[in-house]
Design a protein around this ligand. Structure first.
Ligand SMILES: NC(=O)c1ccc[n+]([C@@H]2O[C@H](COP(=O)([O-])OP(=O)(O)OC[C@H]3O[C@@H](n4cnc5c(N)ncnc54)[C@H](O)[C@@H]3O)[C@@H](O)[C@H]2O)c1
Length: 440
């Protein structure tokens, strides 16, 4: 059957794709070690839509469901090369051992490629991340000079790695909560602020600015703003660069966005949702600081309110109580435990309860998201998409949207939007699930 319309022009994925990552902690090392393990056939890329997912095309009767990686031209794992910045000097192997996520026998087999990845000196500000400090930082300079130094790092990495294209993804610590300030309103204000080292410009925004200036797509895996400001979105559009964020949707919020749409679909009410977590990795330590926790709390709280739409369903969701807690508990390391107590009500208001106890592994859940995001961002750029990539909301707790739009949090709508975007890129019919034609 001919395509429904012309497909989008997508440049081929030729040459290497350089993945640049501020922050080489648990998530980054688990991601890089995972890619190296998969390349060597030591493990499978479980959890990655780009590696394992399929996309149905046309009618159900056509039986066409190619793998996503065969349907759209994505960079292959063999073409990925990695660069990172961190405030600690550990190479990627040492950092992976320290993070304690992957078993030593697996890591030992990957020691050679991992130990070759040494972190570049970071742009760091202890006003934004309080609980940690390290020696591998750039010398004191203005924020604009720091941005220039990062651009030099990007150029040198491109040369030394031979990468044909680049993508940057923030996997650094969560910065403390700041609202957008005057300096974030326009690109001109922002650049002026960089020159004057305005205290409202965070390190992650300096990385974001440097990436966008170099036409490198940017994804934000943490909850702080970074590129979710008018100034940097203006730069992304000007430089024709795709951006997305914020905050990987992995453990508890992933569960929330699975369960809440289900409750709403059956018109079941909610009187309270109490969520608490214990985790003992470095991320947990940073989140123990009230400023960083506040950033996380904002993104964790927003999903439920948006999904349940109390303004449309006041009888069900007007006054529900929602609380999120994160407790730093070192014995657990990266093996987080997330508890949810959900008080719901049904027919005639009769109460019921749901308990979820998710014994998850934070970085094991996050690593495949990092992989998908860099591959899809690179695809977006080759397809000529720029600015906010709402179709990648699937991966985030607080998806970026165009101004005036509420973010879509329902994971099933997000997945449909993602796959419809891929169909649209290739000129295939969008799937509506109407299906009336089968019963005519
Ligand atoms: N693991 C998950 O499931 C998950 C889910 C959502 C969001 N996140 C976010 O992803 C990020 C990474 O998580 P993690 O578990 O790998 O944390 P981590 O603490 O193990 O690693 C973060 C690294 O960033 C480094 N860093 C901090 N500031 C930096 C800077 N300015 N420049 C360069 N490096 C810097 C730290 O030294 C550290 O090594 C965190 O912000 C976390 O909140 C993780």
């Amino acid at each position: 059957m001919p395509p429904a319309r012309d497909s989008v022009q997508i440049a081929p994925a030729q040459g290497k794709l350089g993945v640049l990552i501020p922050g080489m902690g648990a998530v980054t090392t688990t991601f890089i070690a995972g890619v190296e393990a998969v390349k060597r056939g030591l493990a499978k890329p479980i959890g990655s839509l780009t590696q394992l997912g399929t996309v149905r095309l046309g009618k159900r009767t056509e039986g066409r469901s190619p793998r996503i990686q065969d349907f759209v031209p994505l960079a292959g794992l063999d073409d990925l090369v990695f660069g990172a910045w961190d405030i600690f000097e550990d190479d990627c192997y040492q950092a992976a051992v320290r993070a304690g996520v992957l078993d030593p026998p697996l890591l030992q087999q990957l020691e050679k490629p991992l130990s070759a990845i040494r972190p570049m000196k970071a742009v760091f500000d202890s006003e934004y991340v309080r609980r940690i400090s390290g020696p591998n930082v750039k010398p004191k300079a203005s924020k604009m000079d720091h941005a220039q130094m990062l651009m030099d790092d990007i150029r040198s990495f491109r040369e030394s790695s031979g990468a044909a294209r680049l993508a940057m993804i923030w996997c650094g610590s969560t910065e403390s909560f700041h609202k957008p300030a005057a300096v974030h309103q326009t690109l001109k204000d922002f650049e002026c602020g960089l020159q004057k080292s305005d205290p409202e410009i965070s390190p992650s925004q300096i990385y974001g600015y440097a990436a966008l200036q170099m036409s490198v797509p940017y994804a934000n895996g943490a909850p702080h703003l970074t590129v979710d400001t008018p100034a940097l979105i203006e730069l992304a559009r000007e430089r024709q660069v795709p951006v997305c964020g914020k905050d990987f949707k992995t453990g508890q919020t992933f569960m929330k966005t699975l369960v809440a749409p289900g409750l709403k679909s059956r018109m079941l009410g909610l009187s309270g949702w109490f969520s608490t977590n214990i985790l003992g990795n470095r991320d947990g330590e940073v989140l123990d600081d009230p400023g960083s926790f506040k950033s996380k709390e904002e993104t964790k709280l927003s999903a439920l309110e948006q999904i349940l739409q109390a303004e449309l369903y006041p009888d069900l969701y007007k006054n529900f109580y929602h609380k999120v807690r994160i407790n730093y508990y070192p014995p657990r390391g990266d093996a987080k435990e997330g508890w949810d107590n959900i008080d719901i009500f049904g027919w005639l208001g009769y109460p019921m309860q749901i308990k979820i106890d998710f014994l998850c592994r934070d970085s094991i859940l996050a690593a495949p998201l990092v992989l998908d995001l860099v591959l899809f961002l690179d695809l977006a750029q080759r397809a000529g998409l720029r600015g906010v990539q709402e179709w990648l909301s699937f991966y985030f707790k607080a998806p970026m949207t165009a101004p005036g739009l509420y973010p879509e949090h329902d994971i099933f709508i997000q997945l449909m939007k993602l796959k419809n975007t891929l169909r649209w890129m290739r000129g295939e019919d969008l799937i509506t699930h109407l299906g009336l034609e089968y019963y005519d």
